[in-house]
Design a protein around this ligand. Structure first.
Ligand SMILES: [Zn+2]
Length: 213
């Protein structure tokens, strides 16, 4: 059964907010779920999310949503990275001339905003014939610097890849500092790129003498 769709969302993909073109049925004939916590249902979505969602083998529509978001993030990590490396003004004022860079300057920020909005999009609450279905999945999203990541691991992965950070070291620093000091952990680890393990540990002691290393 098609979920209820608020009037202002009637053209939205339930997963990412882009224009909807198709309907995604869950559970479906290629993925039967015995302990699905909600009745079979159908959500409007874009073709791209439909293709991703069809391959997901999860137990509820909310966990399908979680996986779709993770896959969108991985697919568009280069677009999302534009916002890590530039501000809108810097990009507009950059002196790129000729070739591919001109195109990047023109459309880069737009690509970033589209990707960011899709990853951040939160689908409306699911109801069937006016009866709301309670969310049964554990939601673990993590928001940092304007982007909502499906989990803190996705945020870690995004920063490790884009800034070429040492993953184990970054996780270690973050573990010591706590998730609420994510930006400090990023800044500190960016300074340590190219350091040896012992140099990194020495820097850690100097920067954060309160750590129990
Ligand atoms: Zn979509």
């Amino acid at each position: 059964m098609l979920i209820d769709i608020p009037f202002d969302k009637r053209h939205h993909c339930w997963f990412c907010g882009e224009p909807s073109q198709v309907k995604f049925v869950f559970p479906h004939e290629h993925h039967i779920v015995l302990d699905c916590p909600h009745p079979p249902l159908m959500v409007p979505c874009c073709k791209e999310c439909w293709q991703i969602a069809r391959q997901v083998t999860e137990a509820s529509i909310w966990s399908v949503n979680y996986v779709v978001k993770r896959k969108l993030m991985r697919k568009y990590h280069k677009d999302l990275a534009i916002g890590l490396n530039w501000t809108q003004e810097e990009l507009a004022n950059s002196q790129f001339e000729g070739g591919n860079f001109e195109g990047f300057q023109r459309s880069g920020w737009f690509m970033y905003e589209v990707a960011q909005n899709r990853v951040n999009y939160i689908g409306w609450p699911i109801s069937l014939d006016g009866i709301e279905i309670e969310i049964s999945a554990v939601l673990t999203c993590f928001t940092f610097d304007g982007v909502t990541y499906p989990s803190v691991d996705d945020a870690i992965n995004h920063y490790v890849v884009n800034f070429a950070l040492n993953e184990d070291f970054f996780k270690y620093v973050l573990y010591q500092l706590g998730e609420h000091r994510f930006s400090e952990a990023v800044r500190f680890c960016r300074l340590q790129i190219g350091s040896t393990p012992s140099e990194r540990m020495l820097a850690l002691k100097n920067f954060f003498p309160e750590f129990d290393l």
